[in-house]
Design a protein around this ligand. Structure first.
Ligand code: ADP
Ligand code: MG
Ligand code: MG
Ligand code: MG
Length: 418
């Protein structure tokens, strides 16, 4: 089938559709009537089906013309499936083996068929259960360093970079969701905000009155809107990462566009920090999760340090981009100045990362979309205790920025709050 008019493919339709694509039908194996089809979408926006045949399985993701979590009253363009497909294929080139392979895409149906990740689980679920993932640091830092570096002005010509920006510029409705839900609503009265009442009522009111915080979040919002540094994933939380103990796969890049690199790195750090703070609420006996919590903070530190190391290595290894023309940095002195400038660049990226991480924490506690790290803490008083610790750290990371010069300053502050 080529491009088709959009319709929602429910199970029988989906079976027929997949059966008509020879490469998919052959890969699945057996009679189409024998395939097992289940809807597994647990995300906020789209439908995801798993189709299993005699030989193998696939995952089928279809965008809906509205936000799944809210319903038809909140329309959202189907074109997000196009941008997700574009991002997935680009990421597969830049970071091979770290995203699911795309097997088929249909823009008209806003539908993508991809490799079934099995027995992978959503990382967030594993973290709630207290599982450690030894491959995670190396894989996620390779993913971020390579996708961010190779789509930046450090690696691309000016023309290639601007073509890249243009290719994703139409994804502005998804950007607007981020602009509203992350950078605006948690700091004002908004219908969709919610928090653990009544324990966090005071903190919620304080957020709405905190002009220092309003300046800080507005600066971050502007950076998000006006900082096309690289092709970012745009939704890189632990619910967009599927893992086993030996594999890591990044899914769901429908928010991708050319934005600030720190938004992706900050998203990962924020979600690890939230898993850390939530951990206290999941322990059944005091100290039960001590080793896990130690691993979480070590992972926070290693994610930044390994990301920075890999990014700098790529830059040193022969950046062909139009930024920092090598002819301006000739000789030994030139090389030394360029190396110092690389470190200054990473220091600025670190500051952005800390700010974006803080913004991602606040939105999960006071905004529309919450996460199971906190939500699965049944006792609201205990949940609020974990959430309040995370928010206290987030406010400091956004407003009292001076003490956060290295990642050890972040993990040190987090440890003190526990
Ligand atoms: P949404 O954009 O709605 O958040 P996701 O892409 O995050 O959708 O997918 C929703 C869920 O579907 C994931 O949490 C995961 O459980 C499942 N899923 C998505 N892609 C795959 C895949 N390739 N293999 C297995 N499961 C998947
Ligand atoms: Mg998702
Ligand atoms: Mg999301
Ligand atoms: Mg999504």
């Amino acid at each position: 089938p080529g491009q088709e008019d959009y319709r929602i493919l429910h199970e029988p339709d989906l079976r027929d559709y997949v059966a008509r694509i020879p490469v998919l039908a052959a890969g699945l194996g057996g009679e189409p009537s024998s395939w097992a089809i289940t809807e597994v979408g647990d995300g906020n926006l789209n439908l995801v089906f798993i189709v299993k045949g005699a030989r193998s399985g696939v995952a089928v993701k279809q965008a809906l013309p509205y936000v799944r979590l809210v319903g038809e009253s909140w329309p959202l363009p189907l074109s997000r499936a196009h941008y997700e497909y574009l991002a997935l294929t680009r990421q597969a080139e830049l970071a091979p083996g770290l995203v699911p392979t795309v097997l088929h895409h249909n823009d008209g149906l806003a539908l993508t068929v991809m490799e079934l990740l099995e027995p992978h689980i959503i990382m967030r679920k594993g973290l709630v259960a207290g599982t450690q993932y030894p491959r995670f640091v190396d894989d996620i830092t390779t993913f971020m360093a390579r996708t961010l570096f190779f789509t930046s002005d450090l690696a691309l010509s000016a023309a290639e970079k601007k073509e890249g920006i243009a290719a994703f510029a139409g994804n502005h409705a998804l950007c607007k969701i981020t602009e509203d839900l992350i950078f605006t609503d948690p700091y004002r009265i908004a219908e969709q905000n919610r928090w653990t009442e009544p324990y966090l009522d005071g903190l919620a009111a304080a957020l709405r009155d905190d002009l220092d915080l309003h300046v800080a979040i507005s600066r971050l919002k502007l950076k998000f809107m006006a900082g096309p540094e690289a092709l970012i994933h745009g939704d890189l939380h632990t619910g967009s990462i599927m893992v086993t103990e030996s594999q890591t796969r990044v899914i769901d890049p429908e928010f991708a566009f050319y934005g600030p690199m720190g938004f992706d790195v900050g998203a990962v750090l924020a979600n690890l920090l939230m898993a850390y703070f939530a951990s206290a609420g999941h322990e059944r006996a005091p100290g039960e999760r001590h080793a896990f919590e130690g691993w979480m903070l070590e992972t926070v530190a290693q994610v930044w340090n390994e990301f920075a190391r890999k990014f700098l290595d790529l830059w040193r290894g022969g950046a062909a981009g139009d930024a920092y023309p090598i002819s301006l940095f000739a000789g030994e002195q030139g090389a030394a100045r360029l190396e110092a400038e690389r470190h200054a660049y990473m220091q600025r990226l670190f500051a952005d990362t800390v700010g974006f991480a803080a913004a991602k924490i606040v939105r999960r506690i006071f905004g529309l979309a919450h996460n199971i790290d906190f939500e699965l803490i049944e006792d609201p008083r205990r949940r609020a205790t974990s959430e309040a610790r995370a928010v206290r750290l987030a406010r400091a990371m956004m407003v009292e920025t001076a003490p956060f010069r290295t990642i050890a300053d972040v993990t040190g502050a987090a440890r003190k709050l526990r």
